[in-house]
Design a protein around this ligand. Sequence first.
Ligand SMILES: Cc1ncc(COP(=O)(O)O)c(C=O)c1O
Length: 415
Amino acid sequence: MKNLVKQFAEISRNDFPLFNGSHNNLIYLDHAATSQKPKQVIDSLKKYYSFQNANVHRGAHQLSAIATEKFENSRKLAANFINSNNEKEIIFTRNATEAINLVAYAWGNNKLQKGDEILISLMEHHSNIVPWQLIAKEKKCKLNYINIDKNGELDLDDFRKKLTDKTKLVSLVHVSNTLGCCNPIEEISYLAHKKGSLVLLDACQSLAHKPIDIKSLGIDFLAGSSHKLCGPTGIGFLWGKEEILEKMPPFLGGGEMIDEVFEERSTWADLPHKFEAGTPAIGEAIGMGVAMNYLQKIGLNEIHNYEKELTKYLFEKLEEIDNLKIFGPSPLIQPDRGPLATFHIQGIHSNDVAELLDSSNICIRSGHHCCQPLHRFYGIKSTARASLSFTSTPSEIDSLTEELKSIISFLKKNS
Ligand SMILES: Cc1ncc(COP(=O)(O)O)c(C=O)c1O
């Protein structure tokens, strides 16, 4: 562990302006909300907007050719990042939320019929709930929720019970942004396909933390956001199997997504452009490719192994604190879980915890983390969440837990 800490601390100091010690001594433990950006990504944005800025796919001039080449190269990098060998299967979107909405509208509107069922879980982020509520209402379908078991993991027995011949889509989070559990997607995909259902994976919280292989996961769609994997905001992507995407009608209409436009009708561009209406976030897409390349160069297996050790340490330290309850499976139960801990300290509002930590320069998240149904399931409105990345260190975890202990004793004395 010591060597790993040294190796990753060096990467963090060298590559991340925020962590090189010259800015301030912030301890950033909110990577699940958005990750910090390495200078490789920041430099690529600066370079694009300074010297390569042009619209893509349109111009005959050299600048447009450079921008198009870089933009399309990013699509290849994104395909490679999830082990797809077909870049036509990568659709650039604004974020993961838009990727899920694309499936809900373009696939759902076309394929879902009255009485069909969509299966999600109680631990989903709102962006994997609300689009399905909207489409289920429109198409008179039923939206079912898989329960959470006593360890804070997906209840697989309940999944098997709720997966029926009527289920047309299972849409699940890979690693929960609140419980941190990693769902057994291979098994879920296998069972769903046996019933004739497609599977969508919300990979927002796993893409930056471990290698993702769409082939071994056996899924049909995957949604991801660049800003959670060290890339810029304003860009994300949907991966979908070519044969499924081919049969889907467009999501949004406009420039770029057409082949021919007549007064009364239009025909569509080939994949992936059929789903990319209007001028895309070009510099940001390029930056996302740089971020993916950056993570792959460090090594996603190496990142995963280091973060696993850090998560174990985070749990050990938090478990020392009296009256602190952690939600989600301990790394002893699920060693492959995500690098975060969501907790509640009895008698203290999580917003107060986050604000008091902030006054000591420690950034964590408090609230419902866009998982209100999950919080309702636990009968609590708000929790605190510390989330890690490969830039995190055991000493940051020590500072967090020491500060939590002083907050508890300060509030006890003053209550
Ligand atoms: C698990 C999960 N899904 C989806 C999202 C939505 O991501 P975005 O807001 O980038 O679309 C988030 C963001 O927090 C998330 O954690």
